[in-house]
Structure formats: C-alpha cells, structure tokens
Ligand binder design. Structure first.
Ligand code: 6GU
Length: 254
C-alpha cells in the first residue's frame, strides 16, 4: 500500500519508523512518503495560511499550496485514476483528518486497508479552504475523518492513529494474524478479556484459577463472560442486542 502524507510538521511522522510499522516499511509492505506543505508555498515566508474571508478567529489554510502538492501526488499515484469522475471504484483516496468528519472505526480501518493508495492531508489552524475539498471531491474520492469527539490542534496525530490502525491489517505486518481477530472491536464487537502471565501470584494478587486449570472449554467460557461483563460496564452501546437483557444487577456498584 502506498501512503502519502501532507503536513506542515513532517517530523510528527518520524513515529512511523518505529516498531511494527518501521519493519513493515523496511519489508516494502507499506510505502509511506511524507511531504512538507511549505515546499509548495513559494513566497519568501513560505506562507500556508491567511485570515478567514468574512471575518472570524484564527487562520485558514490557503488553497494554492494544497492544490500544487495534491496535484503532484495524484499525478504520481500508483493507483489507476478513476475512469469516470466520482467513481467509487478506483484511484487514490484523499483523507482529510477533521473533527468535522465521519468517525473512524475498526470497520473503516478494514475498508481502508483494501485501498492501493491513501493520501492524508493534515490541516492545522482553523482548517483548510473549503474549495480544496470541493476540487478533489469532484476529481476523485475525498473523505473527512475524525478520530473521536475531542479537539486536536491538527490532523497529524489523527493521521498517525489511522495509519497504524490500517497498516497493521495489511498481510504480513502483524506477525501472528490470529492476534488480529481476538481483539476488541474485531469479530463480535465485544471488548477484550483481561490477560495474565506469570507469576501466578504477584503482590498478593492471584491469576484467576480457571486460567491455571488446563480446562480450555472453561477458559473460553470465562473469557467470553469477562468480555461481555466489561463491555456492559464500560461500553454498553457496543453490546450486541442478544446480550442486552442479561444484566446481573451488580453494575451500579462498579
Ligand atoms: Cl481528525 N483532527 C482534529 N484537529 N481534531 C480531532 C480529530 C481530527 N479527530 C478528533 N479530534
């Protein structure tokens, strides 16, 4: 998968060199290229922002540097450009991280992991001139995506979160593919069960005895029960309908 990132703070993306993603890059499973938006700003101060037209607080990112940068990236895309404009089938997908976007989920990560070429356009200040979104939505596919209901200073941290969630789903990135299905938000939408390792007792705290029993059916049943309990307590809205009514009435105390 090819990933291009545009930002005025390319240094944020040094984090992608670490750990699993760094190895995936080395193995050629993902090809991440980070671009400094200021390279497409040609005045003496390499200006990328200006005051909001119509007034208001803060600054807005100017369209010209974005246009030059994105045109260059799209011209080099390894993905076939869409035959018909607005076609859902082909061509690179431009993602603008934005608190005004649709919310990023594991489902979306799985969907985006099918793409050949993703472009992340990270805005700062109060946002990017609307005509940039309109221009590229007319020429191809654009999505505004938020990583949750809180406000960050810019799209960089959100883009890193999304890239990690997407890249770890690509074949060969995570060593043991089975560890991908047994996690929160995968398979059945329940949260993960609690994990333990040795020693069997630590600071007077014991590992639940069922886990030491060797009875795999009992262990599976216990883990499933833990996942349901935890989901009901922390994220009741995630609980599948068929598990909703089974409350044991002790959650108010927790
Ligand atoms: Cl994608 N961007 C910003 N600036 N803030 C956010 C966000 C994105 N997602 C949640 N908060």
């Amino acid at each position: 998968m090819r990933i291009d990132v545009v930002s005025i703070f390319p240094g944020y993306f040094d984090a992608l060199e670490l750990s699993l993603l760094g190895k995936a890059k080395q193995k050629g499973l993902i090809d991440v290229r980070v671009h400094d938006l200021r390279d497409a700003a040609h005045d003496r101060h390499r200006t990328v922002d200006d005051t909001p037209t119509g007034g208001g607080a803060g600054m807005v990112m100017k369209p010209e540097p974005w246009g030059e940068m994105l045109d260059g990236i799209l011209a080099e895309s390894p993905d076939e450009p869409a035959e018909t404009p607005r076609s859902e089938a082909h061509g690179p997908l431009i993602i603008f991280p934005s608190p005004a976007g649709e919310v990023f989920t594991q489902r979306m990560a799985r969907e985006l992991a099918q793409e050949q070429h993703l472009v992340f356009g990270c805005g700062r200040y109060e946002g990017i001139d609307q005509r940039v979104f309109d221009e590229y939505a007319e020429r191809g596919r654009v999505r505004l995506v938020s990583i949750g209901d809180y406000v960050l200073n810019g799209g960089e941290v959100a883009a890193i979160a999304m890239i990690e969630a997407i890249a770890r789903l690509l074949p060969g990135v995570v060593g043991n593919p089975e560890s991908l299905v047994e996690e929160s938000h995968e398979e059945d939408g329940l949260l993960e069960y609690p994990s333990y390792t040795k020693p069997a007792e630590w600071r007077g705290r014991e590992v639940p005895s069922v886990l030491l029993s060797g009875n795999h059916a009992a262990i599976d049943a216990w883990r499933r029960e833990q996942r349901i309990e935890r989901t009901r307590r922390v994220r009741p809205e995630l609980l599948p309908r068929e598990l909703r009514g089974e409350s044991r009435g002790r959650h108010a105390a927790e």
